[in-house]
Design a protein around this ligand. Sequence first.
Ligand code: BG6
Length: 501
Amino acid sequence: MIQDVENSLNAAPSLLVIFGGSGDLARRKLIPAMYNLYLDGLLPEGFAILGLGRKQMTHELFRALLREAAGKFSRQMIVEDKWTTFEKSIHYISGEIEKRQLYDDIAVFSKKLGGECNRLFYLAIPPTSYSPACRGLCQAGLVSAKDDSPTSRVIVEKPIGHDLSSAKAINAVIADVFHESQIYRIDHYLGKETVQNLLVFRFANSIFEPLWNHHHIDHIQITAAEEDGVGTRASYYDGAGALRDMVQNHILQLLCLVAMEPPWSLDADVVRDARLEVLRSLRPIVGEEGVKQYTVRAQYGPATVHGEEVPGYRREASIPADSTTETFVAIKAFVDNWRWAGVPFYLRTGKRMKKRTTEIAVQFKAVPEVLFNANKDRPLDANLLVLRIQPEEGFSLRMVSKRPGSKVRVVPVDMDFQYNQAYGGVSPEAYERLLLDIMIGDATLFMRRDAVEAAWSWVTDILTGWQKQATKWLPEYPAGSWGPIEADRLVEHYDRKWRDT
Ligand code: BG6
């Protein structure tokens, strides 16, 4: 029987105001997502999109720009007559974030739409502009009180700071104007279908939960590998590195979903409390000794990948030749609570790795060394559950079975489930789900302030430990590989190694 757990599709009439309306995020993600929601009939009756930017532009030019972007980045093909109707709801205002005029213009526009519309402010701008933007909105009377209807909400993206204190400062600036219940901090991994499925997988099946603890699980590996290099984002990336760019947010959120206790309801704050508990139980990695023992960082070096010469990180355009920014990080983490006592969580992420894959691999404990596992030189493969987040979304369970024949030969076999085979088609993009949830007012898949700060607190200890190491050069791994040899040593144990996925 198909069970609808929520009846969430009734978004109220909404005005989406995008600061940075013609920027990369709006063109690649936000507008294509809104268009797909529209095609799927999920947008509310009354909706409008207002792009803001410095450049002078007519509505028509703005729409044409977005039409071109949607053609490139939309999940579903552009259907001309549908687009023509959709684009009538798109508008543009130019102005300076620091100047009052912009906010007066937004207020006039919003009044024209009628008073019954929720106002959603998407800050697709650098965090340094959050303060004037929030203040401007507030002074122009565009921010409603927390329980008012229609309501106002604000949406922000990473980077929310570069360490704990800067994250706190950014959160404080937003909290000056918006109540926490009105703030939607996006971690786009939480919007991915496969990531949402983690909760269902764990708590809608009875067979895994009894095994989901230190009695039965040997260790867990979380990998987020990318084939691409730093690309055109050199200036941002060199100031960030893999730990801030991927671990502080996406990887820790995956860890939370795998390790959290069952929440007692699906209420946004109950689920978010359960995720937060995991972050608070993470064992701190402190000082030079701590980072030496539990972390590995490295940079990609030059190599030939798929027949092409690829430069090393320090030879990439706009990257300083003496940069010590990590493009790869591996961490051995522990969640120090009753359930996970002693179970290592191996986390790794990097650019220019062997292939693009994000997965969570749960390795169960080996069977006793008797019967089929009696030969110490040839141990049996342990059971392994792999949750593939992307690509080839799905999961597989490795078991051991007898190969047919008169000899007893025991071999591993995989039971495999693939989303596209089971359900067909392409799953909605993360931003589609997230934008819909913002319109509905469901904050489950968003980061609460305390969680962002708890994640930063753990990550900042590691950053401080690295700073103390004062390393001049990081180890290198060849582009197109699984990372440096040092990362292998982090997991070395008689029956543990990184998965060659
Ligand atoms: C972003 C990072 O948050 O996530 C990028 O800034 C990274 O560096 C990207 O490439 C990965 O996202 P996805 O959805 O492609 O796995």
